[in-house]
Design a protein around this ligand. Structure first.
Ligand code: SIN
Length: 311
């Protein structure tokens, strides 16, 4: 019932982790591989290992989460070794996330991936809001285009990009016009809503240490923004560029809403952090229940079919 076709592969269901959650170490990735997730993605990596920002740097709050992790990761070789080995044990493509600190670093990592025997999907993260002094690439349209131009001059494996939220329809138009020039496999929308501020009112203090408490928001706070971005890009991108919907998925209804807006795969961050990998079985079963009540036998019957009010 939940089977999903994506990158020439049939996934058992569309559910995945969002990069950064439960995918830093081999142990965590193996837990995802053994969970009911349809697929999984590695932590966004840089060329060299990074310690990231000082703690506390990720805090669960009542309506979601706030984080400023700062891209802690174990370096590209760690993740590339893992996925190259793991892909021999499963037919399911693994997603490999990268987030270089510069265009040159992204190119160097993609050259490494191109030369490797990894045959899964690469996700280029252009939307990390948490590295002090490094604005998000995807808020700079010219730099995004320059990056994609350089990448597609040599990279031939499946590639998706992870975007931050946009808040103005003119920005959806501008970004979609750029993305439509390239043979992207998918667009993953959205990363956290950058630079929110959560306050502990008893202490009269911020709750995370980096950047004076400013951090990316996830969870319930961001679902309407995520749905708008899924819809905004689904209605503007070439149909060959699929959408991964990320943001605020806590139950089967949230998953259904993302699919109705046009998402093909779905990523879960904040709620996976709160609940652990058992969440995939729960959400898959809740989604199936909703589909059964509505009489849908497959996701394709309703994907993207959100109605406008026309009368
Ligand atoms: C981080 O490591 O700071 C989170 C990654 C991201 O938001 O892209």
């Amino acid at each position: 019932m939940l089977q999903t076709n994506f990158v020439n592969h049939t996934f058992e269901n569309p559910l995945m982790n969002a990069s950064g959650i439960h995918c830093m170490t081999v142990e965590e990735m193996k837990e995802l591989a053994n969970s009911k997730a349809g697929a999984y993605v590695t932590k966004s990596t840089t060329l060299k290992e990074r310690a990231g920002n000082p703690s506390p740097r990720y805090v669960d709050v009542p309506l979601g989460s706030i984080n400023s992790m700062g891209l802690p990761n174990l370096g590209i070789d760690y993740y590339l070794d893992y996925v190259s080995e793991a892909q021999t044990k499963t037919e399911t493509p693994i997603f490999f996330s990268i987030a270089g600190m510069s265009v040159a670093e992204n190119i160097e990592m993609l050259e490494k991936i191109q030369a490797s025997d990894f045959h899964g999907v690469t996700e280029l993260n252009l939307s990390c809001p948490n590295v002090p002094g490094k604005p998000q690439v995807a808020y700079d349209f010219d730099l995004t285009e320059e990056t994609l131009e350089k990448i597609f001059a040599f990279f031939t494996k499946p590639l998706g990009i992870k975007l931050p939220p946009y808040f103005d329809l003119a920005h959806f138009d501008q970004m979609a016009a750029i993305l439509n020039k390239y043979p992207l496999t998918y667009v993953n929308t959205i990363n956290s809503v950058g630079n929110g501020l959560y306050i502990d009112v008893d202490k009269e203090q911020v709750v995370i240490k980096p950047k004076d408490g400013f951090g990316g928001l996830g969870g319930e706070y961001i679902k309407p923004t995520a749905l708008a971005n899924v819809r905004g890009f689904y209605t503007r991108l070439n149909p060959s560029i699929k959408i991964i919907g990320t943001g605020g998925i806590r139950n089967g209804q949230d998953a259904f809403e993302h699919l109705l807006c046009g998402a093909t795969m779905l990523q879960i961050g904040t709620e996976l952090h709160k609940e652990g990998p058992a969440i995939f079985e729960r959400i898959a079963s809740e989604l199936e229940d909703i589909m059964e009540v509505k009489g849908y036998k497959s996701i394709d019957e309703f994907r993207g079919k959100l109605r406008s009010i026309t009368d």
